[in-house]
Design a protein around this ligand. Sequence first.
Ligand SMILES: Nc1ncnc2c1ncn2[C@@H]1O[C@H](COP(=O)(O)OP(=O)(O)OP(=O)(O)O)[C@@H](O)[C@H]1O
Length: 260
Amino acid sequence: MIALDDVTLTYPGRTGPVTALAGTTMHVAKGEFAAVVGPSGCGKSTLMKLVTGLIRPTAGSVSVEGQKVTGPVKVAGMAFQHANMLPWRTVLQNVMLPLEIVEPYRRRFSREKGAFRDKAMALLNVVGLGAFADRFPWEMSGGMQQRASLCRALIHEPRLLMLDEPFAALDAFTREELWGVLRDLWQKLGFTVILVTHDLREAGFLADTIHVMSARPGRIVETRRVPFPRPRALDVCYLPEFTALVHELRNKIAEVRQAA
Ligand SMILES: Nc1ncnc2c1ncn2[C@@H]1O[C@H](COP(=O)(O)OP(=O)(O)OP(=O)(O)O)[C@@H](O)[C@H]1O
């Protein structure tokens, strides 16, 4: 579904060119949950921008669903570390926002507002926010806002969900709660995911495949399949095999940081 082949990305930079990625190759199958981990500044966000078509590769190719990426990718939904809810809109209105912007929903919006509203409410119910639809974001906790942000990313039924450290700003308990929310949404809706994270336990719990990047200029130095069967419960994180996986990933990242 997603293919990066031998991708190089060089930013012009204010004090001279900065090569963020060099020779990056990564493939993600349809419906797969992929995680990308690596040292700080290795180009993870750059990789996300390339897949969503916000920037073009300097060399190599990026394709989504067999189509070369040449501009913003319509099949993708996105969520980031900060929920970035619009404070003057209620939670429900925030979740419905993409339907006012993204075609083909945009042209149908005024006619089908009732049906769209039902769709947004259904998603809010899945993430446990049904009763909070008419609240404003500033009346809710960070975890609740991040749940709403996942709904907003999924409201236009994207086939690809791009997540750039979506839970990094949350406390450990809320983060684990949200892992469960994301796991359930993914199992129910079947989209493909690329999750950028610094949290190796998060990657191990959620992903089918974990791609480890080298220090800048980033490339994928290892791809690990996560062997734990699904559906996964949080208990999986306490298995010795899980701890061993996290250790191996941590060692690999330490190694690539030292090599930089
Ligand atoms: N617009 C830009 N111009 C110049 N350099 C940039 C630009 N954007 C990113 N970079 C540089 O490219 C490298 C990769 O950046 P990127 O944000 O993709 O890394 P990252 O892995 O997401 O970082 P982090 O883990 O800290 O979030 C960094 O060294 C960064 O300083």
